[in-house]
Ligand binder design. Structure first.
Ligand SMILES: [Mg+2]
Length: 355
């Protein structure tokens, strides 16, 4: 069993509902249901105050209204949620190499190379709270299945770690609906034959489980409930940008110091592009001043490139034309507008042969 990995799963608490409560302080502390007001709508997210009444995601609004008639029902603002999500992931991806987004508000991060996953978890919570005002729950474990279970364990605003030694105590009494990967329908089926907890499932003959959910899936589920899950943290396909940013230990107006940081980022991101077989066309410098005013400056080259000399020259000339009027608090650099090296070489080949 591979147990030397360290995986984090983070999940924003009641994301859409929390954003509404931030934007509308009058909704704070009240049962709030995001999903609409028409009889055809379903609950998208609801606040913890609404969950007390039994309201849940994916429930029809009609049912929710029966359970919680005095709740506040809103349609929600997808644009606003996706802007906040974008802001959060921009920061996350600038700090960590191995990030797998799972949805608008949750992701896995492989933090095996960091000295303390707890430190990382605390930093993620602190940063997201200060950037957005939202709380996050973080799970830590040695695989994705357990990390997700851990983030769910201590919601909201928690950190929880599941270690190998915790497996029997934590897993055995859990209801099977907590097994990520087992749907509601399957769980109902299993309930009907007397399987309610993971412990019940442990004792159930695997051939019978094969009949219910299919052999390969059954094998995977049985492994997971024994704490085995080798799935890697995978970056989602076609990432649109790679960036790095950092808040300086102290605000500074030292141009050289700032440039040196940008150059370190350039080299790191370049290395990453090489690993991925990508070339970039656009560079963006991000500067935030001590008073939190911020701006970005982008430059697009005429060609996609992964030539470190060209990229360094571009950064240098962008930086030379940048005027910094106040002390700088945060520096960032992002590459975007990618193309595969293979594809580019194919293009070049075509160009050469037609000349
Ligand atoms: Mg969430």
């Amino acid at each position: 069993m591979i147990t030397n990995r360290k995986i984090i799963h983070f999940d924003i608490d009641a994301f859409f509902a929390s954003v509404e409560q931030l934007d509308h302080p009058e909704f704070k502390g009240k049962p709030l249901i995001v999903g609409g007001d028409s009889d055809r709508s379903v609950v998208s997210t609801c606040s913890y105050e609404a969950r007390v009444y039994g309201v849940k995601s994916a429930m029809s609004i009609v049912v929710a209204k029966k359970l919680c008639p005095h709740g506040i029902y809103v349609y929600g603002n997808m644009k606003r949620y996706s802007d906040i999500s974008h802001q959060i992931f921009e920061w996350i991806e600038s700090q960590f190499e191995m990030v797998q987004r799972v949805s608008i508000d949750e992701a896995y991060i492989d933090v095996s190379d960091f000295p303390s996953p707890w430190e990382v978890a605390r930093e993620i919570k602190k940063q997201i709270l200060s950037m957005t005002g939202l709380t996050v729950s973080v799970g830590i474990s040695y695989n994705k299945f357990l990390a997700k279970l851990a983030s769910d364990w201590n919601k909201p605003d928690g950190i929880f770690e599941i270690k190998t030694s915790d497996i029997p105590n934590i897993l055995l009494p859990l209801p099977i609906i907590k097994i990520h990967g087992l749907g509601k329908k399957t769980c109902e089926k299993l309930n009907r034959i007397g399987i309610f907890t993971i412990e019940d499932l442990y004792q159930y003959p695997s051939e019978l489980l094969n009949n219910i959910i299919g052999e390969s899936w059954a094998k995977e589920i049985v492994e997971r409930i024994h704490g085995i899950d080798h799935r890697p943290v995978k970056e989602y396909a076609q990432r649109k940008s790679y960036g790095k940013e950092t808040t300086l230990e102290e605000d500074t107006e030292d141009r050289e110091q700032i440039y040196n940081i940008l150059k370190i980022y350039l080299n790191k991101i370049h290395k990453r592009l090489e690993e991925k077989g990508l070339m970039a066309k656009t560079l963006t410098i991000k500067i935030k001043y001590g008073d939190f005013e911020q701006f970005t400056k982008s430059h697009s080259l005429e060609y996609h490139t992964n030539d470190i000399g060209i990229l360094t020259d571009t950064l240098q000339s962008m930086y030379d034309s940048l005027s910094l009027t106040k002390n700088v608090r945060l520096v960032g650099l992002t590459f975007s507008n990618f193309e595969d090296i293979d594809y580019k070489q194919f293009n070049l080949l075509e160009l050469t042969s037609s000349n």
